[in-house]
Design a binder for this molecule. Structure first.
Ligand code: TEU
Ligand code: CA
Length: 528
């Protein structure tokens, strides 16, 4: 099928934290293989695997030192091929992470590039002379500090929009583009089904801008990848791009433009933050839904949404948006209902399907993420140690990266050894095994939702309409010539009075009860 991405239900695996098979405290490929039946049971049909290539791990694999090799910590190339086979046997497709804005500084291209101005690899990266003895411009790294690192030996600076161990590739150089095209085709020829494209809008730079933004050759570059890699392999691609409007997203994903299949929307993920990570404010469900609805209308009939409520860069949705102490099951299933009933391809992040929550970090020594570690000195000038740890427990990327607890045993059955990052505090009661055996299983609810999403044509392809969105109550419909389905949600821990009627209850997170114009806390109903 040409547009198979529209019928994909994607499950994101963060390999370091999924399942450890060999007792070194780090998740790995054999661990993933051992859980494929679990994923099949859930009903997903596509996996997005975060980077598992050779990497020194400065940004946990998003700093790649060899694009064509599996990092030994995750397994061998044979393990990888076996995993791919086992996925395909189960009709599960695999999306790899494509991180081509930057490499690791330990990649051989950069090792060469750094050797001097006349090295053949010099132009693989972005080197610039100082301006008045300073950085070439005022661009900041996403992980704090300047985006320029000075190299004593050559007297030049290199650009790194992320950590200084992640130098940006120079896409203006045709040789770089050829290398990337060949590398992508290497994976596609092996049988990989597509890619999630990391910060893909940053690959072309515009040095006339005060802050890094989309460069003038962005669409030309992506079009090249489409023509030479994606299209000939019928690959699915999802762009990771922050700060887009739906109109801008269409510039990357309108099928007529031959660039990417879809691009994530993130507007709703910024609700509850005021100006950036670690700067938190009250969460407003109405705004959250407003953003999602805006994208539904923005792409309708023109493009296709890519929807997630969690990923490896975000804390757990339950901690961010809900009273999970009292209503973990209800809130988890309500969020799932929204995600799987809107029009678009859903991306479910590992652990989301059992309603996983954040760990608590008590000291910096428990944190692993470069973003949090780099932010610490600035935060500690403004807040107490206790407050900073509270912020890290609420909003650091480590929150979502905590290992998966598979059962109530030692380290939640994730590993026999010391896990690379701590698990959440209550893994003895909140874990996969417990959820599967529970009468109120989040997994079983997701399983039903996924089945509905894939098999109900109205929910898969129908039109979208916003019926109501005020305070915590929101209602939307999905309709086509044959059916009209309403989704009604109470995004709060208080019962809400709301007048509504329906002919038939398709499913709800309160079971088969009669709703009489009141919505219990975090109620989600799918009705006809
Ligand atoms: O993320 C890009 C990105 O925009 C986020 O890292 C964001 O800057 C950060 O979370 C701000 O709070 C992608 C990957 O998802 C992320 O894990 C990588 O660290 C980053 O690219 C660099 O490759
Ligand atoms: Ca391991």
């Amino acid at each position: 099928m040409k547009d198979w991405y529209k019928e994909a239900v994607v499950y994101q695996i963060y390999p370091k934290s999924f399942c450890d098979s060999n007792g070194d405290g780090i998740g790995d490929i054999p661990g993933i293989i051992s859980k494929l039946d679990y994923l099949k049971e859930l009903g997903i049909n596509t996996v997005w695997l975060s980077p598992c290539y050779v990497s020194p791990g400065d940004d946990k694999g998003y700093d790649i030192a060899d694009y064509r090799m599996i990092d030994p910590v995750y397994g061998t190339m044979d393990d990888f091929k076996y995993m791919l086979d086992e996925m395909h046997k189960r009709d599960i497709r695999l999306l790899m992470d494509l991180v081509v804005n930057h490499t690791s500084d330990e990649h051989e291209w950069f090792v060469e590039s750094k050797k001097g101005k006349d090295n053949p690899y010099r132009d693989y990266y972005i080197w610039k002379d100082p301006v008045d003895g300073h950085e070439p411009n005022g661009w900041k790294s996403n992980f704090g500090g300047s985006a320029w690192e000075y190299d004593e030996a050559s007297g030049q600076y290199y650009l790194h929009l992320y950590s200084k161990k992640q130098p940006d590739l120079n896409w203006e150089n045709e040789k770089v583009r050829r290398e990337i095209v060949d590398m992508i085709n290497y994976w596609l020829d092996m049988g990989v089904d597509g890619f999630r494209c990391d910060v893909i809008n940053s690959i072309s730079k515009d040095f006339t801008q005060e802050i890094p933004g989309d460069g003038p050759r962005l669409h030309e570059y992506i079009n090249l990848l489409n023509r030479e890699c994606f299209e000939p392999h019928n690959a699915m691609t999802v762009g990771e791009v922050w700060g887009l409007t739906p109109e801008q997203s269409l510039m990357l994903t309108d099928p007529k433009r031959n660039e990417l299949s879809i691009a994530f929307q993130f507007d709703h993920m910024s609700v509850g933050r005021n100006g950036g990570r670690f700067y938190l404010c009250d969460f407003e469900p109405e705004k959250f839904m407003e953003h999602l609805f805006n994208w539904q209308y923005g792409l309708m009939d023109k493009g296709w949404n890519a929807i997630c409520i969690e990923n490896h860069d975000q804390p757990r949705a339950l901690n961010r948006y809900a009273d999970f102490e009292n209503y973990r099951y209800e809130a988890a299933t309500m969020l799932g209902t929204i995600e799987l009933c809107l029009q678009g391809t859903p991306f479910i992040y590992q652990g989301q399907e059992i309603g996983l929550v954040n760990p608590t970090f008590n000291s910096l020594s428990e944190c692993r993420d470069i973003e949090a570690i780099n932010a610490y000195p600035e935060l500690i000038e403004k807040f107490s140690e206790e407050k900073v740890m509270e912020l890290f427990s609420k909003d650091s990327r480590d929150c979502g990266r905590a290992p998966i607890p598979w059962n109530s045993g030692k380290n939640g059955g994730f590993t026999d050894a010391e896990p690379w990052l701590k698990l959440h505090d209550r893994y003895e009661s909140i874990n996969v095994e417990e959820d599967l055996n529970s009468e109120r299983s989040v997994f079983n609810y997701y399983k039903k939702l996924i089945d509905l999403h894939i098999n109900n044509k109205t929910i898969l392809y129908g039109q979208f309409h916003q019926e109501y969105n005020k305070g915590p109550v929101s209602v939307f419909s999905r309709y086509d010539d044959n059916d009209t389905i309403l989704v009604i949600c109470n995004f709060s821990d208080k019962e809400q009075e709301f007048k509504f009627g329906y002919r038939e209850l398709i499913m709800s997170n309160y079971g088969d009860i009669k709703f009489n114009n009141t919505l219990p806390p975090y109620a989600a109903l799918i009705v006809r």
